[in-house]
Design a protein around this ligand. Sequence first.
Ligand code: NAP
Length: 514
Amino acid sequence: MTEILKNYLGGEWTAGKGAGTPLVDPVTGDEVARVSSDGLDLDRGFAFARDAGGAALRARSYAERAALLAEVAKALTAKKDDYYAIALANSGTTKGDSAVDIEGALFTLSFYAKLGADLGDARHLLDGDGVSLNKDGSFRSQHVLTPTRGLALFINAFNFPAWGLWEKAAPALLSGVPVVVKPATATAWLTQRMVADVVAAGILPPGALSVVCGSAAGLLDRVGAFDVVSFTGSAETASKLRGHAAFTERAARINVEADSLNSAILADEAPEAFDAFVTEVVREMTVKSGQKCTAIRRAFVPAARFEAAREALAAKLAKITVGNPRNEAVRMGSLVNRAQHDAVTRGLATLARETEVLFDGSKVALVDADPARSACLPPTLLGLTKGGGDAVHSVEVFGPVATLIPYDGDVAALARKGGGSLVASLYGADEAKLGELALSLADTHGRVHVVTPAVAKAHTGHGNVMPQSLHGGPGRAGGGEELGGLRALGFYHRRTAVQSAAGVMAAAAKDGAR
Ligand code: NAP
């Protein structure tokens, strides 16, 4: 039996009770570690985070907290090799795919460290200017944002054990709010190790950062009115969480990032647009084996370009070698575990009822991986060639799978059939037309990514979440909002209108950051 990873809660390391749940190497099927959260003193742990961690963080200014983030980024950078080794062993990802998670985490931390430094010595934010409430202007209203007097609980998905922690923790800690993270069990090791390294480096005040690995049982029962919960995962789990008394009775705040049927749209005839579209669809299907919440699931092409797109996509997909990422010839590694492998296979069967298989990667043997034991699954491109289509707009297959969909007419209406998505990307050369399409998609998408020939090489990628831009989407994508620069701090602050004579808020207005 492998080691049980310890939990860090209440300022101490504790192993959960029992045999724990095994974490596996998805390529070999070997056990790599175990986790258990059984028997933890959650009441004490949560109180310690709120009281000790929260008070110590709130006593510091934004710039001081930003300096802590910079130190965290430095400490993690020094241990990067360990993180790549863990990602390889526990997520079965190639070095390039592990980088999306690990380097993405470090980049986001450093971004918030810089952003926070500019907020200076302030301990609260001003929300707009003060406004007069009466005729002579003697009585005014000033909106202020102060850090919530609770903790931030993160319940995270398996696909981003590094970035998923730090893209949330950076704005929370910068805001002055302590963090308790519950990583997805399958890949909890990397999150746990990063927390362990930060704790060992002694950077953050006690109680500022805690990790609970294993079952989430009992966590939401401890969430109080001033705590905030940020959930990333499936729509199914999200709907269970939303009904918890933490939110329905105690009115704690919850942010949800869930499934999404993201689109790529070839919008016009420009040849460069076609090439960029094909490159991006293949990249999104294969990076992290398609296990990205932002990955392209639906690729829309004008009906007249369907055959050309099918050929170009199939030709590129045929070059993707799949298997054990320890072999340098491998371009795409594994899914996270056999359960995910089986879920993707089931999802493919559902989509197959209304689509045709345009490319089937499973005809080529896996490299250094046993198809019966590993969770490696080659890419599949489907085509909606029989018209109609229902499942393609509603079933998220969380793996290397996308559907090519021909359109004639209102493509925005088709994209909206996804019920609200994280991202849609548009490919074309007609800037005015693209601008119009981007705006028409804005009401149902968190991000619209437009690729014109001028930025074909310079754009940041359909699926890459940049901390400067909003991440999240309406409707089935969960209705959440993350990142977007300083906008991310809003979730961790309370907005209050202080109504008073101007003098009462004079100092606060002078010292507050904007
Ligand atoms: P999941 O099965 O919903 O699990 C997500 C998290 O919720 C895990 O930490 C899980 O813990 C926990 N959980 C499960 N049941 C719970 C319950 N009853 N109460 C409290 N917590 C509970 O999702 P996943 O399979 O890890 O992730 C894949 C999904 O996440 C995909 O649908 C993907 O689209 C979505 N995703 C979205 C984003 C985004 O930003 N929008 C990013 C990444 C992924 P255990 O692991 O211990 O069960």
